[in-house]
Write a protein that binds this ligand. Sequence first.
Ligand SMILES: O=C(O)CCC(=O)C(=O)O
Length: 233
Amino acid sequence: MDFGPGIVQEDEFLTPEECAHTSRQVLALEKHWEPRLGPYQFATLGCAAYLDGESDYAEKSGELNPLMQQTFHTIYERLRLYFSRILQAEAYYDNAYAYPGFHLFKFEGNEISQDRPADRSHFDYQFAKVFPDFASTPSTPLTFTVPIEEPSGGSSLEMWDLRPEGHAEIHYEHREYARTHPSKNVAYSIGRIYTHDGLNLHAMGPIPPGTTGRRMTLQGHAFRTERGWLLYW
Ligand SMILES: O=C(O)CCC(=O)C(=O)O
């Protein structure tokens, strides 16, 4: 499977019953959730390079990995087999890196009508934070999302055609670019896995006014190494 500009690969991954079970497991670990900056009561379960990569990534992932492994080992093994198959090389974990984790959002029905995916658009460059020699050993990064629970308005990914190569040309004003250029919306379905290289400008899809309920996704990345593909978050 090749990844590159504009490609989002999607496949079946968890059944609705497995999603419901996973959701219960995540909810039971609420005391381990970490509230994060951002709207919609954003919280995470697990350590994420893009949020923790510049501070205590090693320490935090070391603390959380045993709990995450113990709770989600079935999903992690399925991820490992899935990526080994589609990438045709060994996918593996390394305890020096955080295991895939969860994004959590809660909507109360009073969401602002000005929700704009463009305002949260970004490139996934977190590999630069946790693989310091990434520039000397160019690798393909991948980002994956598995929707576990959806709010009333459904869930989706918004994607623009801008790649990091074009970032300097627009004077690094990628949010302005996103506000003024067309995007593609990829509708999510519960339990499917969505993978892309994270290098198209992208964001969590729009949250329609009046949305209620929880948006819970399993999140992670793969990074090409000499051994194969390291799965981490
Ligand atoms: O929550 C989503 O749908 C997308 C998450 C995202 O933007 C990312 O993982 O980089």
